[in-house]
Design a protein around this ligand. Structure first.
Ligand SMILES: NC(=O)C1=CN([C@@H]2O[C@H](COP(=O)(O)OP(=O)(O)OC[C@H]3O[C@@H](n4cnc5c(N)ncnc54)[C@H](OP(=O)(O)O)[C@@H]3O)[C@@H](O)[C@H]2O)C=CC1
Ligand SMILES: CCCCC/C=C\CC(=O)/C=C/C=C/C=C/[C@@H](O)CCCC(=O)O
Length: 335
């Protein structure tokens, strides 16, 4: 018998999730049946949608999320012992899975993409769901052209740091917003952003007019709220906005959500395209994105950074730290 642990969400979050909203449960896994595999978790992802989607689930629920795991025992010939996989099994240290029943998101499983000699942990970051989000959101929705100006918020995070670098690879001028001077320095000095701005200290409207005197063609929106309204008000005719997330309001109780200015006059007069998307809509094409992302990383065109917390007992802390902005790049937990 294998002893396993998992995080169960006991409450609907009010504001910032509390430690007491979670319970860690110890339990014994049953014996393997034909077709099943026993997996040992190696890396766990903490992501903003784990906060945002809380109220879409029936309480209590097992905390969902991506993980890298290795097959420890197998009664499925397609997944022999030692195979590395990505699943959406969430915050648990061992699991029994039946790959034949895990074909559609969110209950998905796939073999770790060929990462060459890169760390398997990238399978939940730059070469995983966040990497695919940056790749498809930018290339399929913003559709940037050479010489255009691209703005990204949440620029030092998992998705944003990739968006900015991919836009540079595509020949764009890139401006990023992030929440500290250290992040600004990292974006400009190491990731090649043309300009980064600390949204917590800058006059956003003025700083952006200075950074983008010819206006903005593409906006990759990770945060929503007031800053997005300011950015959209400075867009050029036929500009494209990919609405990826709105983390600035995930921890707000509804009565506190900021009322953003009215944008319709800009949207109409500039003929803007504003499109929300969910990355799994592109899931059939993830393998193409992963192959390209690995090539860019291996050739040094794309820099990856991970913010690693160690220990199963620390997943909650890693999650809260990510929501508070501690992470540079992808926030993950090593189990
Ligand atoms: N549509 C989709 O399919 C997907 C959407 N997303 C969305 O993309 C966004 C980025 O996700 P991801 O890259 O994984 O996370 P990040 O790695 O960017 O981590 C979250 C970051 O959000 C920033 N942040 C926190 N609070 C605020 C706030 N009030 N205002 C502005 N920024 C804030 C912090 O950075 P800082 O220090 O700069 O404040 C923090 O580091 C999220 O909105 C997420 O929901 C992600 C994956 C898929
Ligand atoms: C309550 C509305 C929340 C709005 C936030 C929208 C998008 C933010 C975001 O981060 C989306 C991420 C999507 C990730 C997709 C993961 C899927 O593979 C699994 C979805 C899991 C689930 O639906 O339970």
């Amino acid at each position: 018998m294998v002893k396993a642990r998992k995080y169960v969400v006991k409450n609907y979050f009010e504001g910032v999730p509390k430690r007491d909203d979670y319970e860690i449960i110890d339990y014994e896994l049953p014996n393997l049946q034909n077709g099943e595999i026993l997996t040992k978790t190696e890396w766990i992802s903490v992501d903003p949608y784990q906060r945002a989607y809380n109220r879409l689930n029936k309480i209590p629920y097992d905390q969902f999320g991506y993980q890298v795991a290795v097959v420890e025992d197998s009664k499925n010939p397609s997944y022999p012992i030692g195979t590395r996989i990505i699943t959406h099994k969430g915050w648990c240290d061992y699991a029994i899975l039946n790959p034949n029943e895990l074909q559609k998101p969110p209950n998905m499983i796939y073999k770790l993409p060929n990462l060459k000699d890169l760390s398997p942990s990238l399978g939940i970051g730059a070469v995983g769901m966040p990497g695919a989000t940056a790749y498809f959101g930018l290339l399929e929705i913003c559709k940037p052209k050479v010489g255009e100006t691209v703005v990204v918020t949440g620029a030092a995070g998992a998705v944003g740091s990739m968006v900015g670098q991919i836009a540079k690879i595509k020949g764009c001028r890139v401006i990023g917003f992030a929440g500290s001077d250290d992040k600004v320095e990292w974006l400009e000095k190491e990731l090649g952003f043309d300009k980064a701005i600390n949204y917590k200290t800058a006059d956003i409207d003025k700083a952006l007019k200075e950074a983008a005197p010819k206006g903005i063609d593409c906006y990759f929106d990770n945060v929503g709220g007031e800053i997005s309204s300011v950015i959209i008000s400075q867009m050029n005719a036929k500009g494209r906005v990919a609405v990826c997330g709105s983390i600035s309001s995930y921890n707000e109780v509804s009565s506190n959500v900021v009322k953003a200015p009215i944008l319709q006059p800009y949207i109409v007069s500039k003929e803007l395209t504003i499109q929300g998307f969910i990355v799994t809509s592109f899931s059939k094409h993830w393998p193409e994105a992963f192959a390209q992302l690995v090539e860019w990383i291996k050739s040094g065109k794309l820099v990856t950074r991970e913010y690693i917390t160690e220990g199963f007992d620390k997943i909650y802390d890693a999650f809260i730290g990510m929501l508070a902005g501690n992470n540079f790049g992808k926030a993950i937990v090593k189990i």
